[in-house]
Structures are given as C-alpha cells and as structure tokens.
Unconditional design. Sequence first.
Length: 304
Amino acid sequence: MDNAVIISVGGGKGGVGKSTITANIGALLVRNHYSVGFIDADLGGANLHLCLGVRRPLRGLQDYLTGKYKTLEEITVPVSLPNSWLISGASDILELANPRFSQKQKIIRNIAKMEADFVLVDLGAGSDNHVTDFYAAFPCGIIVTDGLPTSIENAYGFLKNGVLRGLVRLFSGNGEIVDSVRRFSDPQSGRAYATVGEMIEGLTRRFPRAAQEMRRWLQRRRTFLVLNMVKESEDVRVGERFAEMVKKYLSLNIYYIGYIVFSPDVRKSIKTMRPLVEYCGASRAAECFAAVTNNLIALTKGCF
Ligand SMILES: Nc1ncnc2c1ncn2[C@@H]1O[C@H](COP(=O)(O)OP(=O)(O)OP(=O)(O)O)[C@@H](O)[C@H]1O
Ligand SMILES: [Mg+2]
C-alpha cells in the first residue's frame, strides 16, 4: 500500500468549520472508494467524534499519551462511515491541551505509519506552536477561514507561524539561522525582511545550502484554502485575495480549492451526528463539499 496522504485541517480561529469540513471531506473521500483515517488533534476541546456519529469514544489520544495503549492503531475507534477509523482527541484533561514537544513528535511520527489512503488531522483553534507544529509536520494542509477580517488575520497568523516553525525545525542546531527566522517573525525586533522569500534570500550568501533546503521545504508543501460560510458571491473573491497575499509574503504554494455556502442544513446535520453529505446529499452545501473534495483529490493523490 502507498503511504497515506496526510492532510492537516487548521485555520487559526475557533468555530470557522474545521471539524465540519474534516468530516464532510472524509465522508466524500470514502464515497470515492478511498480509505480514510480521522485524527482529532484538538487536545483541548475534541469534538470531531460527534460529527462522525460517535457519542463517547472509548479510547483516545489521552490513553496513548499516558501510556495506557502503546500504538496509535490500538486507540482507533470505528465511525459511522465504512472503510475508515477515528483517533479521538482529549477534551477534559488540562495538561494534555499543551503536550510536551516530545509527546507531539511521537504522535506525528506515528501518524505517518498509519494505514489509510488519506489521513485527515483536525486541529484545534489557535496559532500557537501546539497547533502549528502539526501543520508544519505534514506537507499538505487545509486552511479554513470564513472570510471575515478577524478570521483572515488568524488564518494568516496560523500559516506564518506554521511556516516559521517548519523552517526553524530544519536548523534547530544553527543559532544564527534560527535567529534570522525568529527576527522575521517578531515584529518588535526591527526585522529586516518583509517576506519569507526575502529572508531566505538574505541567508543565501552565508548559508547557501540552508537557503536551498528552505526553498525545497517550501516547494514540497501544498496548502489548500477553503472559504466557509459564504453568504454572497462577493465573499468568494476574499479567498482569491488571501491566496495571493499568502503566496507573496509566505512563499507558500496555496491552492484555493473552493468555498462552502452558509447553510442551516450544516447545523442540522451536526445534530444528527452525521456529515451533511450523508444526511442531506442533495443540498447546495453538499455540492460545494463535493467540488472541494474533487479538487483535493486531483491535487494530492499520486503526487507524493
Ligand atoms: N457552511 C456552514 N453553514 C452553516 N453553519 C456552519 C457551516 N460550517 C460550520 N457551521 C457551524 O459552525 C459551528 C462550528 O463548526 P465547527 O465545529 O466545524 O468549527 P471548528 O472550526 O472545528 O471549531 P473549533 O475551533 O471549536 O474546533 C458548528 O455549529 C457548525 O454546524
Ligand atoms: Mg473543531
């Protein structure tokens, strides 16, 4: 079996629809005959299980982190969809909301060994390292925003921190390189560079190999933008502008793979604990999910 395509789903802001989008894309991947693993990496307020028909998961990441189970396979639970599995997060164990770096690394390393065609990793809200390390760890990531200025700013902050975390981790042993990256990220430090591209350019003369490696790391990444809760056709343009900004300032390959209309059916589907595409497959929102999923398949499968 080929390696799974692992895709993180983040957005910086809370409540923009990350878990809803994870569940619906996953359900459509299953319908397209792919096997799918769902991982709820929201360690502070896990609830992806509720979008997938599981009222109380019997096991979850807390059991893995506390050593009760030794492998990720052992903590998978079945969901309402065929050909798929779920690893639930933790919602009420405070110390797990901020796991140690080594604990996070252990999860990340072992996700890559899981069997599935696609593994979708649903992230919690926020842009701090606990969240963005998951985005930086895998070459593919979906970024969800509802297009409002606050949400756009959070999404940008999420991607910026994710990129910088990824670049710093490539050279954690080289203080000078790490300082350059940190200077870029800290607005108080009188940074010399306006864009990630300029920062790498600035490193090229003294550290040509490191600069080359950074460029390669960025080139390998694919970030997929989904605009959620769209109410007017004008909103759709917001996604295009955001993608242009991310390309220009963060040097990320970002693909705007579509939008999901705002629909009361989405909320209703959550009450039935089923993805909308299962509960109400003929709706406009379901059509949007299908378009987004088709784009995602086209841009990932066979590429890695
Ligand atoms: N397209 C949509 N139309 C209408 N309601 C939506 C849409 N997408 C999501 N919602 C609703 O918004 C709420 C938040 O969605 P969801 O839990 O998926 O967000 P989240 O980003 O995962 O939140 P958190 O940051 O808490 O993990 C839910 O009640 C969901 O039903
Ligand atoms: Mg969520």
